[in-house]
Write a protein that binds this ligand. Structure first.
Ligand code: KG4
Ligand code: ZN
Length: 348
């Protein structure tokens, strides 16, 4: 039995979790910072870092208490060290290094996006691999071919906005609070998804990449008038707004489902998994599940608790890294992007 403490601070959730053998989640504590960032309409990096510093100790303590264990029972410390906000990542990395050193336990560095790709496996009796993984979050929208927890290959990704970013921006256009995804989903329930035909950007016939900036602009011009960026919202009834939300959501989901099926066709794999913050969207989950059922494909969506940022997925993937001897030294650094060394403001 291997007990791993996971720590996640890549963006605006301060999270810690205790996971046994990569799949048995004993605790999954998340302190959301939404209330701190919502008035700015997005995540403010400095505020995120400060909140992580203030909250992380208590979040780790709560994760240990909920799991009913002490720090002495932990066999390894896992932490997200890429990609994300550099300052925010550093808080988690520093805490994990400290615990690793004090406890004399291995340190494991986890890629946040790989953890999202692996998250649908949490709690399953048998691993779902090989599979096509559609990972849709606020910072990334990508298709992966996952052959094993250590063999995750990106086969398509967004060329501009991530799907979650598009949800958030469209919510801003509709004057809905941040984060916009759940708000759009809520309002879309009252709307007609076919009332407005928003564009589906499929790129080339063979492309597995995504582009969501066009639809965001299409929504803006639909609301405010062609070429305009303001002044139109007050002319819309709440039924019109619901139709915009439903039409936008339907267009994004349509593209996500079609591209995922394209990836299945390309690779010949028979399993599809779904993860990332936008995977909390029930309409997307159902659409992808229906499409898979129709084609006799196996489908697993990550449990909603493991869709938006969390540390259970970090500890879960770390278990497989530890088994392969992939541990990090106390010189571990944080990286804003998935590639090495680049520092910037990429969101996880
Ligand atoms: O994975 P995540 O927690 O953070 C990143 O790694 O980016 O994803 C956050 C994103 C936000 O853009 C949020 O609006 C979106 O996930 N989201 C949703 C829903 N819940 C969260 N988008 C659509 N429908 C939802 N129900
Ligand atoms: Zn994420």
């Amino acid at each position: 039995m291997t007990t791993i403490l996971g720590i996640e601070t890549s963006c605006d959730e301060t999270a810690a979790a205790v996971v046994i053998d990569g799949t048995d989640v004993r605790s999954n504590v998340i302190a959301s910072q939404v209330e701190l960032h919502s008035k700015y309409g997005g995540v403010v990096p400095e505020i995120a870092s400060r909140a992580h510093i203030e909250r992380l100790d208590a979040v780790i303590e709560e994760a240990m208490a909920k799991a009913g264990i002490g720090l002495g029972d932990v066999e390894a410390i896992a932490v997200t060290n890429r990609p994300g906000l550099a300052g925010a990542l550093l808080i988690g990395v520093t805490a994990a290094k400290t615990l690793s050193w004090v406890l004399g336990k291995p340190l494991i560095a986890v890629d946040h996006i790989h953890a999202h790709a692996h998250s649908p496996a949490i709690g399953l009796d048998a691993p779902p691999w090989p599979a096509i993984a559609l990972i849709v979050s606020g910072g990334h929208t990508s298709l992966y071919r996952v052959d094993a927890p250590h063999a995750i290959e990106r086969i398509g990704s967004t060329l501009d906005d991530a799907a979650g970013e598009a949800f958030d921006k469209v919510a801003t256009i509709l004057n809905l609070p941040y984060p916009g995804g759940p708000q759009i989903e809520r309002i879309a329930k009252r709307g007609d998804p076919s009332a407005i035909g928003f564009p589906r950007t499929m790129l080339g016939r063979d492309s597995l990449d995504f582009s969501f900036s066009g639809i965001k602009t299409a929504v803006m011009y639909h609301v405010h008038g062609q070429g305009k960026t303001e002044g139109g919202l007050e002319k819309l009834t709440s039924a019109d707004v619901a139709d915009v939300a439903a039409g936008f959501q339907a267009a994004v989901i349509d593209v996500l489902v079609r591209k995922t099926l394209r990836a299945v066709g390309r690779t010949g794999l028979c399993t599809v998994v779904l993860g990332g913050g936008v995977a909390a969207n029930m309409t997307l989950r159902k659409a992808l599940e229906d499409a898979c059922t129709h084609r006799h494909l196996t489908f697993h969506a990550a449990e909603t608790a493991y869709c938006t940022d969390n540390a259970a997925m970090i500890a879960a993937l770390a278990y497989h890294q530890l088994a392969r001897g992939e541990t990090a030294g106390l010189d571990l650094d944080a990286y804003a992007s998935s590639g090495k060394a680049a520092r910037g403001t990429t969101r996880g």
